[in-house]
Design a protein around this ligand. Structure first.
Ligand SMILES: Nc1ncnc2c1ncn2[C@@H]1O[C@H](COP(=O)(O)OP(=O)(O)OP(=O)(O)O)[C@@H](O)[C@H]1O
Ligand SMILES: [Mg+2]
Length: 372
């Protein structure tokens, strides 16, 4: 996928910007606080409809305005289309080729973006919900149905939890309704388990080699940790086991007033051998583990979407020593559109400049654009 050009209106510190990009490497540079990350973020929001660094959409709107708009011409490998995200204080409008798209799963599943940024470390250090959120975003880009199934699951979960909460007050439960909800919950939940397990096992096909190439440590992998321990991921088996486990936890559910097992309690770990990097890894080992995870997703995205994902690399090079930087550079190639931000052009290997477009950002404006 390639973002050919972008128009930004009232997004963060950009009042009005119109820019075209190289289908290869784009280097965005400038001093601190000028708008490098904001420009990268606008591309991310154009694709994912949400920011990678702010839960609150309103922060994206320029301080002096009442709406923000990002519009981009995106080539998905077959055709070019215009995508648009308009953010207003109370609503968000998504458009493709000037038609409003109401189903967010339809919009996101057309996208193909992988982002690397300094706070990525939270994926290891943070709570399980961070990791689930990450998986959800990636799977929503790959599978059109995923987000719909997840939303269904969350809706049913909420209803089921309401029944359990009501039981806490009244000591009564509508058994038939509860069982019907449980059955659909299991049906949707099973699919979520399968999507997630399949995704992580695809990651594990190459993540260990990538980690080794970057940092020379063997036996790195991602360990999927669902709250139910499954021996395999066949539909019938999951349904049976899931049902059994829900029956076992039923008494606790009634006491706690909520559903305590299921995909909403999933987690995954970054491990070397049997050691969890969250506990034993150095900062650099953790950072490279997240980088490896993301690099391992590149071929997965390619195989599902038939085109490489866009790579957004925010301040990634400044954090690495020279050898690691060069190891990482081997993964950045010309047929993948890549955006790199930096405060210092010298921190980037001159090799990268060969086919790069250099974009200098100053206080929400582009002051130079040059193809090198
Ligand atoms: N909603 C907003 N309206 C106006 N300006 C904003 C808004 N949100 C953020 N900014 C401004 O954007 C600037 C930060 O931009 P950005 O994060 O892109 O910087 P950067 O170039 O990536 O810097 P660094 O090198 O420090 O990472 C700050 O000056 C901040 O005040
Ligand atoms: Mg920045």
């Amino acid at each position: 996928m390639v973002v050919k050009s972008l128009k930004i209106t009232n997004f963060r510190n950009y009042k009005n910007l119109s820019i075209s990009f190289s289908p290869n490497i784009n280097i965005i540079y400038g001093d601190n606080g000028q708008g490098k990350t904001n420009l990268l973020e606008s591309i991310y929001v154009l694709g994912i409809t949400k920011s990678h660094r702010s839960f609150i959409d309103n922060y994206l709107i320029n301080n002096e305005s009442v709406f923000a708009k990002i519009s981009g011409i995106v080539d998905d490998g077959v055709i070019s289309s215009k995508y648009e995200v308009i953010i207003e204080p109370q609503k968000k409008i998504l458009k493709k080729d000037d038609n409003v798209i109401n189903k967010i799963n339809e919009y996101i599943s057309k996208m193909n973006i992988i982002i690397f940024y300094p706070e990525d470390l939270e994926l290891i250090k943070g709570s399980p919900s961070e990791r689930r959120k990450y998986l959800n975003i990636q799977l929503s880009q790959i599978h059109k149905n995923y987000l719909k199934i997840l939303n269904d699951y969350n809706k049913i979960l909420k209803q089921r939890n309401e029944l359990l909460k009501k039981y806490l007050k009244t000591q009564e439960i509508d058994k038939d309704y509860f069982e019907a909800l449980t059955e659909t919950l299991i049906e949707r939940g099973t699919k979520i388990y399968q999507y997630r397990e399949n995704y992580i096992s695809n990651i594990n096909k190459n993540v260990s080699d990538i980690y080794y190439n970057l940092i020379k440590i063997k036996n790195f992998k991602i360990l999927y940790k669902p709250s139910i321990k499954f021996n395999n991921y066949d539909t019938e088996y999951i349904i049976k086991k899931y049902k059994e486990e829900l029956e076992k936890t039923y008494d606790s559910e009634l006491k706690q007033g909520m559903t305590i097992i299921g995909p909403h309690r999933d987690d995954f770990e970054f491990v070397v051998g049997t050691q969890n990097l969250k506990i034993f890894g150095s900062q650099g080992q953790q950072r490279l583990a997240v980088l490896s995870l993301k690099l391992s997703e590149v071929p997965i995205f390619k195989s599902y979407k038939k085109t490489y994902p866009i790579l957004l690399l925010d301040d990634v090079f400044s954090e690495l020593d020279d050898r690691k930087k060069n190891n990482l550079l081997k993964y950045i190639t010309n047929n993948i559109q890549t955006f790199i931000t930096t405060t210092d052009l010298k921190s980037i290997n001159p090799e990268v400049f060969k086919s790069a477009k250099i974009i200098k950002v100053d206080n929400g404006k582009i002051i130079t654009e040059e193809e090198v």
